[in-house]
Design a protein around this ligand. Structure first.
Ligand code: ZN
Length: 322
């Protein structure tokens, strides 16, 4: 049983599907690698974005609910997602986002790296970190972002907590993370790998209020495990340490177990396999609505309830291809 190698995916709730696709695929250039439904509520899409093939550590997923009110970030939630981009690309991204109507922060420094913060259309806190640390992804050649500026998977996710110590113990004692620095009330933990999606930040807000769940809220974060056998070992270990862990659930593209960490954030441990090429080829990933076998008999009714959307990339500005 290896230590956790990093994040697998992050799942959030959004408003309107078209707005979500326009932002994550059209502006950020994160390929829509799977169009499916929420298996627990098939009247709603489940949209998966990532690199060209949805490599673990690049996957951001959404349940779009067009009538959902906005959430408010607070304690007991993952409240900010940062991706890695090459350090020389931060200025390029600031210009791109602003030119497409996305306000950005001044470039800030966090643990010695430059961070450009912005929000998605539902107010979710996002950002890009300039880093030249290795990050293995499959660049999306068909996407709107020139390869040298492309997002290289997650950098980190920040959890807002009333008390960070119990969550820190879970990360270090059960999941194999190690402390990687402290800045003010922010503690950073690093997964046991030297590739993408390595960092979890715990932000202790001892007098902060709890979050209100809604559009723009992160539902859960998922950690990577290599296979089903290791996932079961994690399940047993967590149960033996008092965590209430679900049975293994078949999510078609990976297998999942879920439990709530001491600060209230929903955690998942997901397998790398089988991945998004399981039911369609790389060329057409995300194009067709995919349903698991047990929902196929209901396809017609499901399709009638889902709003349509189109995929339209915002091209890079002229001259950026050089
Ligand atoms: Zn998940």
């Amino acid at each position: 049983m290896q230590a956790i190698q990093g994040l697998h995916h992050i799942t959030a709730v959004s408003g309107d599907a078209q707005t979500n696709v326009d932002f994550y695929e059209g502006i950020l250039g994160q390929r829509l690698v799977k169009t499916t439904v929420n298996f627990d509520d098939p009247g709603t899409y489940h949209l998966y974005y990532g690199d060209e093939v949805g490599t673990p550590g690049t996957i951001m997923t959404f349940f779009p609910w067009s009538h959902m009110g906005r959430g408010r970030a607070g304690n007991g939630e993952a409240a900010e997602v940062l991706w890695s981009v090459p350090s020389a690309s931060i200025g390029w991204w600031a210009e791109r986002l602003e030119s497409l109507g996305v306000p950005v922060s001044e470039v800030e420094e966090r643990f010695g790296e430059q961070v450009l913060r912005f929000e998605d259309p539902d107010g979710m806190r996002l950002g890009l970190v300039g880093t030249d640390a290795p990050s293995t992804i499959r660049a999306w050649e068909g996407g709107p972002i020139p390869a040298e500026h492309e997002i290289r998977g997650f950098h980190s996710v920040t959890l807002w907590l009333t008390r960070s110590a119990p969550t820190a113990r879970l990360l270090t004692e059960e999941l194999g993370y190690v402390g990687d620095g402290v800045e003010g009330n922010r503690q950073r933990f690093r997964a046991a790998s030297d590739d993408r999606a390595l960092f979890i930040d715990l932000l202790e807000r001892s007098d902060g209020s709890r979050g209100i769940f809604g559009a723009g809220s992160i539902h859960h974060i998922a950690f990577r495990t290599v296979d089903d056998a290791e996932q079961l070992e994690y399940r047993e270990r967590l149960i033996s340490h008092g965590y209430d862990v679900t049975p293994v659930r078949d999510r078609q593209y990976f297998h999942s177990i879920y439990f709530r960490e001491p600060g209230g954030v929903l955690f998942e441990v997901a397998t790398d396999a089988p991945g998004f090429l399981y039911d369609e080829p790389v060329e057409t990933l995300g194009d067709a609505l995919k349903l698991p076998d047990w929902l196929e008999p209901r396809r017609e009714a499901i399709e009638l309830r889902l709003p349509g959307f189109t995929r339209r990339a915002q091209p890079a500005a002229a001259g950026d291809e050089a």
